[in-house]
Write a protein that binds this ligand. Structure first.
Ligand SMILES: *Cc1c(COP(=O)(O)O)cnc(C)c1O
Length: 401
């Protein structure tokens, strides 16, 4: 049991209300600061972004937009149309522009695809990113494929394929690496899924965390997006929010068969981007940026590996394997996740996510993002102190009782 003072308990109650109001996502830092001025957040380990990528973007943005006084253009003019931004990406991604759909964040693409192309039944691995089942139309059946704790919440490909054969959904969703646990399915296994499940109308592969994954010693980027030509049922969804650290810009893209892109564009989405997102997309495809981005990507991967290694040494918590920039942690010793999260926040100014609302997780879980090295060190020290305090209290209780 984690103990709170009267004053802390009041804050804990307010926190619970704030989380309830935010539904299945966490309240944004801006909302948080506004509603809870009494809590000073020092480290945001809830939002899953690469801070070095944000630094890099800012460096370009300041030099080319702010100091170059182009900010007025960005505000005053319309951004390019969806299909025009798609063309900017096409060369860089080596994919024909007709396959690319630009979204106001990946969330808009999830909504568009699931609304328009899922007819009857969708199969989703759990635990998962909630939008995939929350955005289905009325009347669409949702089937969950439960990832197992005994298997570290990883995907068993054989069982997955048989379950899809048996259930016959028209849409399946694979988030790779998965959110909230970071489990990774190797590209050759995903390709086997694509081969064997050619009869499924839509196979959504969400690669929002793919820039943190690797299969080679030099951390080379992996992705399936070039396979849309080969598999017409493949839909790759990519958020730029996490691995490029720009959630506020709202930029994402989907790669899918050209008729789907056409159908979506015929129904709207003409200017769903904005000037900042267009600036980002143009930057993303530039050689000078790409070279520098890859450096901060790898730097962050290496630091995250160290962070996870150190977390694994801590007593009282179980850290699940992850190929993303965050880890799912199961709390032991009877620690409640909401208490743990509140203590980290109130006592140490560290904002992390409880996973109480995640279906498919049984037990007390939190999800913790990797930040800069300095912040990660502080997170480790604070978690250690929290657990030790709990163990001391447990010890006292045991002797007393
Ligand atoms: C965060 C997230 C998204 C949405 O990202 P935005 O581009 O910010 O809308 C989509 N899929 C997964 C798996 C995510 O974690």
């Amino acid at each position: 049991m984690i103990k709170f003072t009267e004053h802390e308990l009041k804050i804990v109650k307010k926190l619970e209300v704030l989380k309830d109001e935010a539904g299945s996502h966490s309240p944004s830092i801006i909302t948080f600061r506004q509603k809870m001025p009494e809590v000073a957040i020092k480290v945001d380990a809830c939002f899953l972004s690469n801070p070095y990528a944000t630094d890099l973007f800012l460096e370009y943005f300041e030099a080319e937009v702010l100091n170059g006084a182009k900010i007025r253009d960005l505000l005053e003019s319309y951004p390019s149309q969806n299909a025009v931004i798609a063309e900017i990406l096409a060369d860089f991604l080596h994919i024909d522009a007709s396959h690319i759909f630009i979204g106001n964040g990946a969330i808009e693409i999830i909504q568009a695809v699931v609304h328009n192309f899922t007819e009857k039944k969708i199969m989703i691995n759990i635990p998962t990113f909630s939008s995939y089942y929350e955005y289905v139309k009325e009347g669409v059946e949702v089937v969950f494929n439960e990832l197992l704790r005994e298997e570290d919440y990883g995907l068993d490909v054989d069982r997955y394929i048989s379950k899809v054969r048996e259930q016959q959904p028209d849409t399946i969703v694979l988030i790779n690496p998965n959110n909230p646990n970071g489990a990774y399915t190797r590209i050759k296994d995903v390709q086997r899924i694509l081969e064997e499940l050619h009869f499924v109308k839509n196979i959504i592969v969400d690669e929002s965390f793919i820039h943190f994954a690797y299969e080679t010693e030099n951390y080379q980027l992996v992705s399936l997006s070039h396979l849309v030509d080969k598999y017409p049922n493949l839909i790759v969804i990519k958020s730029m929010s996490k691995d490029f650290g720009i959630a506020g810009v709202r930029a994402g893209y989907g790669i899918m068969n050209a008729s789907y892109v056409q159908k979506l564009l015929n129904n709207g989405y003409l200017w769903n981007s904005n000037g900042f997102a267009e600036y980002f997309f143009r930057l993303y495809t530039r050689e000078d940026f790409a070279v520098r981005y890859d450096k901060v990507r790898i730097k962050y991967i290496l630091e995250t590996l160290d962070f996870i290694q150190e977390l694994k040494q801590l007593p009282g918590i179980n850290v699940y394997p992850s190929m993303a920039n965050f880890v799912l942690i199961e709390l032991q010793e009877g620690i409640r996740s909401t208490d743990f999260v509140a203590k980290l926040l109130i006592g140490y100014g560290i904002y992390v996510r409880t996973c109480d609302d995640k279906i498919g997780l049984k037990g007390q879980y939190i999800r913790l993002a990797s930040r800069s090295r300095m912040e990660n060190d502080y997170i480790i020290q604070s978690i250690k102190a929290c657990i030790e305090m709990n163990l001391v209290l447990e010890g006292v209780n045991e002797t007393a009782g």
